[in-house]
Design a protein around this ligand. Structure first.
Ligand code: ATP
Length: 139
């Protein structure tokens, strides 16, 4: 076993995760990446999606992240996200309601308002990734 790396996920409001992990996977702008202890330092932006990490005891955890930045150092990964929730803290009803709202907004805005369409699309992405991070498949 090579040892554990510290993972911290923070938002402007709160510290969501501060834990030791065997491996951390995150949705980088160029694709999902994994970080182990001793990784070469790097900095990247993140897409909306899911961070997964395996804790020191071998249990896998999922955390929704609303974009942001990741800094990887040899012994620590820090993720700064606009919003983030652990799987157990995701309110499914709220995410489903947000998904329905976003779909309706996209239909209304489709032809005439590109900015509103893009906002609704971003809201839809957040809701879909929250539901996925909570283990709910959405068609
Ligand atoms: P909504 O339209 O439901 O507010 P949103 O995608 O616009 O969703 P965000 O702007 O990403 O929400 O987040 C605002 C705050 O609400 C953050 O603190 C975020 O963690 C929390 N939040 C949003 N949706 C959920 C959810 N489904 N479950 C738990 N917390 C949520």
């Amino acid at each position: 076993m090579p040892g554990n790396i510290k993972v911290e996920i923070v938002t402007p409001d709160k510290a969501v995760v501060s834990e030791d992990a065997q491996i951390v996977m995150a949705p980088g702008i160029l694709g999902e990446f994994g970080v182990l202890i001793g990784h070469t330092p790097f900095l990247t932006t993140l897409k909306v999606g899911m961070v997964r990490y395996t804790d020191a005891g071998g249990q896998e955890h999922r955390v929704f992240v609303n974009g942001g930045f990741a800094e990887a150092l040899p012994d620590k990964v820090t993720i700064l996200a606009e919003s983030a929730e652990r799987r157990r803290d995701i309110d499914l009803e709220r995410a489903r309601a947000a998904l329905d709202r976003a779909k309706k907004r996209m239909e209304t805005a489709a032809q005439k308002d590109k900015v509103e369409y893009a906002r609704a699309r971003a809201a839809l992405e957040r809701a879909l990734h929250r539901l996925r991070a909570a283990g709910k498949e959405v068609s």
